[in-house]
Write a protein that binds this ligand. Structure first.
Ligand SMILES: [Fe+2]
Length: 238
């Protein structure tokens, strides 16, 4: 699997808090079936200190290499979008303070869980109109989300990322149902762990991956789990 959404950079957001924790997350991700990760700190990490996430990312890459962990790491961000913050977001994207996904035109955006659909559409359209391809982070987790809303966002040129653990959550049935419907209707494009650490949302993809291959079209799941994401990591990989 290529994981396009992970809070694995140490000490920059509410994800990993140390290099050791990051290395353990990478080891666990690899055990679960992930060999390529785009590290995506929350946008507030760049607001606090614009250069720090990249610096810590490079450090983590070096440490992972030294530790012999065979996971390919790329750099990105998860940008929180609200209508009132879009001017700042777009300015920071343009000036390079907020990175796109591995330097491509793809931008991972998230909303607050209760955002009205109209606001999500407004933000998504602005991202698109500024020359980027919006990727909606953990689309199944928004209250407004359903098949119709996903189709509206996709018709604007957005792509959809779901969290792998959502497909087998024990509670939060509506999130699980959303994730499963998006897969059933082939509306999801990418998968992520959204892992935040070794205890809070640790990488646990194996069960989700198994579930997806068991219940949905194999070729489609291949695309969701790695083929689509290969476009984000291969063009610029060094
Ligand atoms: Fe996230």
């Amino acid at each position: 699997m290529i994981d396009i959404h992970m809070h694995v950079i140490p000490g920059v957001d509410d994800g990993s808090q140390s290099v050791e924790e990051s290395l353990e997350m990478l080891r666990e991700a690899y055990r679960q079936g992930t060999d390529t990760i785009i590290a995506t700190p929350h946008s507030f990490a760049f607001s606090l200190s614009p250069a720090l996430p990249r610096k810590r990312f490079e450090l983590l890459k070096e440490k992972a290499h030294e530790a012999g962990i065979p996971v390919h790491l790329f750099f990105g961000a998860e940008i929180l979008c609200e209508p009132y913050s879009m001017n700042v977001n777009l300015e920071r994207l343009r000036s390079g303070i907020y990175p796109t996904m591995n330097g491509t035109e793809y931008v991972l955006i998230e909303f607050s869980p209760h955002i009205p659909e109209d606001d999500a559409v407004y933000c998504t359209r602005l991202v698109r109109d500024n020359g980027y391809i919006p990727v909606i982070a953990h689309a199944e987790r928004y209250r407004f989300m359903n098949i119709r809303a996903a189709r509206v966002l996709r018709s604007l040129g957005a792509l959809i990322q779901i969290n792998v653990y959502s497909v087998f959550l024990e509670k939060k049935d509506w999130i699980k149902e959303n994730a499963r419907s998006l897969l059933q209707e082939k509306l999801a494009d990418f998968a992520g762990s959204d892992a935040h650490g070794t205890s809070h949302r640790p990488p646990q993809e194996a069960s989700g991956i198994q579930y997806m291959y068991k219940h949905y079209d194999t070729d489609y799941i291949d695309r969701v789990l790695h083929e689509n994401a290969a476009l984000l990591v291969h063009p610029r990989s060094q």
